[in-house]
Design a protein around this ligand. Structure first.
Ligand code: FES
Length: 112
């Protein structure tokens, strides 16, 4: 083992838009689901600051795969758990496909 966790799910909970869109609830549901699946020592679910994609959230960034989910709702979490956390496959319908690399803020007053 060369890392404390195999995977990291980073949920935006502290930026301009994701918190108001349910980021905290998504984080809580995902963390609870990971522990319920007995994966708490392998998969880390952390609250994250703004991921510079404000207005597309709530956002989740998954590492080491570097895949990103957008518009995640708490009710989507069971499908993320089944497909990605347990299955190791991307949940295609929620994958974020930005128009360009880098910042993709679509909320005029959000300053990540
Ligand atoms: S508030 Fe979530 S990406 Fe900026």
């Amino acid at each position: 083992m060369n890392a404390p966790f195999e995977r990291l799910f980073l949920v935006c909970t502290a930026g301009k838009t994701c918190p108001g869109q349910g980021g905290e609830a998504v984080h809580a549901a995902l963390k609870d689901g990971v522990f319920a699946a007995g994966l708490g020592d392998r998969v880390r679910v952390n609250k994250g600051g703004c991921l510079s994609q404000c207005g597309h959230g709530p956002m989740i960034a998954v590492f080491p795969e570097n895949r990103w989910y957008a518009g995640v709702r708490p009710e989507d979490v069971p499908e993320i758990l089944a497909t990605d956390v347990l299955g190791g496959r991307p949940l295609e319908r929620l994958l974020f496909r930005p128009a360009r690399p880098g910042k993709n803020v679509r909320v005029p007053d959000a300053k990540p």
